[in-house]
Design a protein around this ligand. Structure first.
Ligand code: GAR
Length: 196
């Protein structure tokens, strides 16, 4: 059994797509949903359950626990987590956690990195910046996570056009459609390539 920990800070639509994708799998399990946000929509989604998995444990943690202790890393190790999947998780991963899971943490970013990445470039801010820069395309980047925002090795990108009349909301909608279409399959591909 391969075990995934999903980290999310917001609504969790990507987390849900990934969990749905593996819901009937006999060799991949969503072992844990983790969030820094007690009001995150992902909590309710996890409690409702994903497919056959009727209840997925949710871990809510605060900044002090995440950055100043090893408790999250230890818990993930104890649970035998193989892959940490960030799905709209907005905090930088601490160094100790990155080192404990080398090439075992992946993230999705709602733009074509290296453009529109880095601190402060997340969620809606990214789409606003893309429109303000008169870009003709945007898209998604799925990448390994290191100790710097959005700089890990790129695994997959997909693009969509940005029209001169598009608002940030239009871009967000098109980018999210790409995320939902590709992220679950890329997670499956990464699991396949991992050596045990
Ligand atoms: C997604 O668009 C994801 O790419 C973005 O947050 C959104 C979460 O949506 N992530 C980042 O900006 C990370 N820097 P969701 O909660 O509906 O999955």
């Amino acid at each position: 059994m391969k075990r995934i920990a999903l980290f999310a800070s917001g609504s969790g639509s990507n987390a849900e797509k990934i969990a749905d994708y593996f819901a009937d799998s006999t060799n991949v399990e969503i072992t844990l949903v983790a969030t820094n946000n007690p009001k995150a929509g992902v909590i309710e989604r996890a409690r409702r359950g994903f497919g056959r998995q009727t209840h997925v444990p949710v871990l809510v943690f605060d900044r002090t626990t995440f950055y100043e202790t090893d408790r999250i890393t230890e818990l993930l190790q104890k649970q035998g987590i193989d892959l940490i999947v960030l799905a709209g998780f907005m905090w930088l991963m601490p160094g100790g956690l990155v080192q404990a899971f080398p090439n075992r943490i992946i993230n999705i970013h709602p733009a074509l990195l290296p453009k529109f990445g880095g601190k402060g470039m997340y969620g809606h801010f990214v789409h606003e910046a893309v429109v303000a820069a008169n870009e003709t395309e945007s898209g998604i980047t799925i990448h390994y996570v290191n100790e710097r925002y959005d700089e890990g090795q790129i695994i997959f990108q997909a693009s969509c056009p940005v029209l001169p009349t598009d608002s940030p909301e239009d871009v967000a909608r098109n980018v999210q459609a790409l995320e939902h279409r590709h992220y679950p399959r890329v997670v499956a591909d990464v699991l396949q390539t991992m050596n045990y």
